[in-house]
Design a protein around this ligand. Structure first.
Ligand code: CTP
Ligand code: MG
Ligand code: K
Length: 190
């Protein structure tokens, strides 16, 4: 393994994960409408809470998938041989879709856990807030495209890509939330 392979793994790790990174921010922009749990409670607490809306889910998945399709096109254009870690065409659309959907499903699981722990919407939950969507995106994508997920984020230089994602996510999460807070789109700067 040489320096260029390590650098490639770092850059590709982030590049290929962008469809999972965008949906959370997009959800803030598209959110605000009907909650996914329709206001229902379970054992005295909201199932998910007002912070998880249909608008956020649909807008977030659409944004992540749309960005993913642009990235696929860029990869095909600039790297017609290896497609920057993508593979066959229909599979790639599936991959960016499962990354985006899994990201917001993971975020919903995080909210579900927070409500069970009695935490209010928007209350800070370290680790869970930053990594719920990473786990969701990786798991859902692994369910449908195990070969791609494992070769990209687990085996060989994939582990470097995974560690890169795990390091970059808290930094990105915090920065984006501060921007959202300053824009008045988010109630808390975390
Ligand atoms: N959002 C949404 N729908 C989603 C996810 C997010 O509408 N499926 C919007 C909500 O306005 C939410 C904001 O994005 O308040 C920020 O998302 P997040 O930090 O994940 O939600 P919290 O408000 O912190 O709520 P929770 O405690 O349930 O995570
Ligand atoms: Mg939050
Ligand atoms: K969250």
């Amino acid at each position: 393994m040489d320096v260029s392979e390590v650098l490639t793994a770092i850059v590709l790790g982030i590049f290929l994960f962008l469809p999972a990174l965008i949906p959370n921010s997009a959800a803030v922009l598209f959110g605000g409408g009907t909650p996914i749990d329709f206001g229902k409670t379970w054992r005295g607490k909201r199932i998910l809470g007002d912070g998880k809306t249909w608008g956020g889910l649909i807008g977030g998945v659409a944004s992540g998938t749309f960005l993913g399709i642009i990235l696929i096109a860029i990869a095909y254009l600039f790297d017609p041989v290896n497609f920057w870690g993508y593979g066959s065409f229909p599979q790639n659309i599936g991959i960016v879709f499962t990354l985006a959907l899994g990201s917001l499903l993971g975020d919903m699981c995080g909210a579900f856990i927070k409500r069970r722990l009695g935490m209010e919407r928007g209350q800070k939950a370290p680790v869970l807030d930053q990594y719920d969507f990473v786990a969701g995106a990786m798991l859902v994508t692994c369910l449908f495209f195990p070969d791609w997920l494992i070769s990209t984020y687990v085996t060989g230089t994939g582990l470097i890509s995974l560690v890169t994602v795990l390091i970059i996510v808290p930094v990105l999460h915090r920065s984006v939330n501060i921007i959202g807070f300053k824009m008045g789109k988010k109630k808390e700067p975390w």
